[in-house]
Design a protein around this ligand. Structure first.
Ligand code: GLY
Length: 559
């Protein structure tokens, strides 16, 4: 008896040890997202045998509670999915222009843009897509019960959670704007007479009630009934355009992933209405044949090559990218290697190519800040990259009275007036003009990378116009500059977007010597604060290695 007991004890200890070792190497999966509580909820779902999509649904709703500047139910996003067997798919739950939207809705009688109308008004919001996106993703791939995936977010909103110093600071800084945008409305994110501080408990009772309706009724809990009434009532307070019909008609769309290659890596990424996927593939092809590895991370040759590629790719973006349901985006032409080579043929080591001399390319026969990203892998190797957004930090800053959530200001991602830059300085034209029911062009670039046909990396970031170049540089940091995932996301970044014609660089990204060399060759450098918040997962021999961007409260958790 005693011997049997000892044997049992030994076996149990052995199993425990194996589990510990497995957990250390994160062999069973990983979640990396913008806030610690949401990462924990995602991993808990994985531990309960949920798959990567189940965890993504739980993380999305949790982020709507704990990361209110960008996590959302009042915005939209994109998902890139790769199953453990290598099947791929993408889900477009980007917001849509309401039916009453018009091409010139943000222009005055003289044809000039009315300041802030597309950014900070009830007219700034597109029809939200996040809830339908989660319902669709769960319907197609989910394993666990829907209600069990929404419940953790309800618990967080009902019982509250401790806020970080960063979030406290953000809420204090946004306090006056919240008050101005929401006269007379009580709102959980606004403290009346005192400042938020680290460790304060934030309870969001109205949001909890909305989430309960979503838990119990799925999409009908948001696009119909009480919440739809509240959204439409909110619209009436400020000439907003979203109607009950717009809400009832909103549906996320499954789209075929676009794919490309870089050396022996396959890139699986988001098609239009993301501009990010096409731009990323163009960028990678533009630099593929150059010895980046030998030149090294952020050395002047590396920076010059990358900047010249970015300049040309963003010029294409401004002309050719828009919602493919409304505009024929020349995807094949933009990705043809011969075309990309021809674009780079004017690159010279003698001097910078001025952006004024670069236009979008021509094809023979062509007919014519705040966002958030999370990366998840489950124990079977299913992978999900999701980027969602309200557009600006806290979107339009207008919350739906009684329903406790913020509305997006995504309409600013349309080109309100050809040739005039939007909030991110991005320029657009006919392809991205406003039309009823159309999706505004996005830079969001959730991406999955395969190496030799197997899962290698899951990656993405917020950052408006800089999303594409941040994802691009993070992939190069791993593949060319031998960084691990954490170093790759933490490494300082720079960005060029054709116009304005300068390199935007994080402070410290370029050393003094490199900067002098660049400026001598005609590359003005403008330093700024953080660019992006990249969250990625790398498959290694041992398991999964996370990269949580130290620019935010981002957290990696594996098991
Ligand atoms: N709102 C930022 C983007 O979608 O690119």
């Amino acid at each position: 008896m005693n011997v049997t007991f000892k044997k049992l004890n030994f076996v149990l200890c052995f199993l425990l040890l194996i589990n510990c070792l497995k957990a250390q190497n994160n062999k069973n999966g990983m979640v990396v997202c913008a806030y610690p509580d949401a990462s924990k909820i995602g991993v808990d779902i994985l531990k309960k045998d949920g798959n990567a999509v189940d965890a993504a649904v739980a993380v999305q709703f949790a982020l709507a509670v704990v990361h209110p500047s960008a996590g959302n139910i009042g915005g939209g996003g994109f998902m890139v999915f790769r199953s453990s067997k290598g099947e791929t798919n993408t889900l477009d739950f980007r917001e849509k222009a309401p039916a009453r939207a018009t091409t010139n809705m943000y222009l005055d009688a003289e044809g000039n843009i009315i300041p802030d109308l597309s950014l900070a008004s009830h007219m700034a919001s597109g029809v939200p897509g996040s809830v339908d996106g989660m319902v669709e993703a769960h319907h197609k791939y989910g394993k666990l019960k829907w209600a069990d995936l929404v419940q953790p977010a309800i618990d967080l909103a009902t019982n509250g959670y401790k806020i970080t110093a960063r979030l406290a600071g953000e809420l204090n800084r946004t306090h006056d704007t919240f008050i101005k945008a929401n006269p007379g409305k009580p709102y959980a994110l606004v403290k009346k007479d005192e400042q938020w501080k680290e460790g304060d408990v934030l309870v969001q009772a109205d949001l909890a009630k909305t989430l309960e309706l979503i838990r119990d009724n799925g999409r009908a809990g948001f696009y119909g009934g009480r919440v739809a009434d509240e959204i439409v009532a909110e619209m009436k307070l400020g000439n907003g355009l979203i109607s009950k019909t717009d809400l009832a008609n909103y549906h996320a769309v499954w789209r075929k992933a676009i794919k490309g290659s870089y050396k022996n890596y396959n890139i699986i990424t988001m098609p239009p209405p993301s501009s990010g996927g096409i731009a990323l593939l163009q960028l990678l092809k533009s630099v593929e044949k150059y010895p980046l590895h030998r030149w090294g991370y952020n050395q002047d040759s590396t920076v010059r090559l990358i900047v010249e590629a970015e300049r040309r790719v963003y010029a294409d973006r401004s002309t050719y990218l828009g919602d493919p349901d409304f505009y024929k985006v020349p995807v094949d032409s933009l990705l043809r290697p011969a075309y990309i080579d021809s674009r780079m043929s004017s690159f010279s080591w003698n001097a910078a190519t001025p952006s004024s001399s670069i236009q979008a390319g021509k094809f023979v026969g062509y007919e014519s800040d705040q966002t958030t990203h999370y990366s998840i892998v489950d124990k079977d190797g299913n992978a999900v990259a999701i980027t969602t957004t309200l557009n600006g930090s806290y979107g339009s800053k207008i919350f739906v009275g009684g329903a406790g959530f913020l509305l997006n200001n995504e309409m600013d991602d349309f080109s309100s007036k050809p040739g005039t830059p939007n909030m991110y300085g991005l320029i657009g034209g006919r392809a991205n003009r406003i039309q009823p029911g159309k999706r505004m062009l996005s830079c969001m670039t959730p991406t999955i990378v395969e190496k030799d046909g197997k899962l290698f990396m899951v990656v993405g970031t917020p950052g408006g116009a800089t999303i594409i170049t941040s994802v691009f540089q993070t992939i190069l940091n791993v593949i060319e500059f031998d960084m691990n995932m954490q170093d790759a996301v933490a490494a300082k970044r720079f960005h060029h977007q054709w116009l304005p014609d300068n390199i935007q660089s994080e402070r410290g990204a370029l050393n003094a010597g490199t900067r002098t060399k660049l400026e001598k060759k005609g590359y003005p450098v403008k330093e700024q604060g953080a660019i992006g918040r990249v969250d990625g997962i790398l498959k290694t021999k041992e398991g999964y290695e996370g990269g949580a961007d130290p620019r935010g409260d981002d957290t990696k958790l594996g098991w």
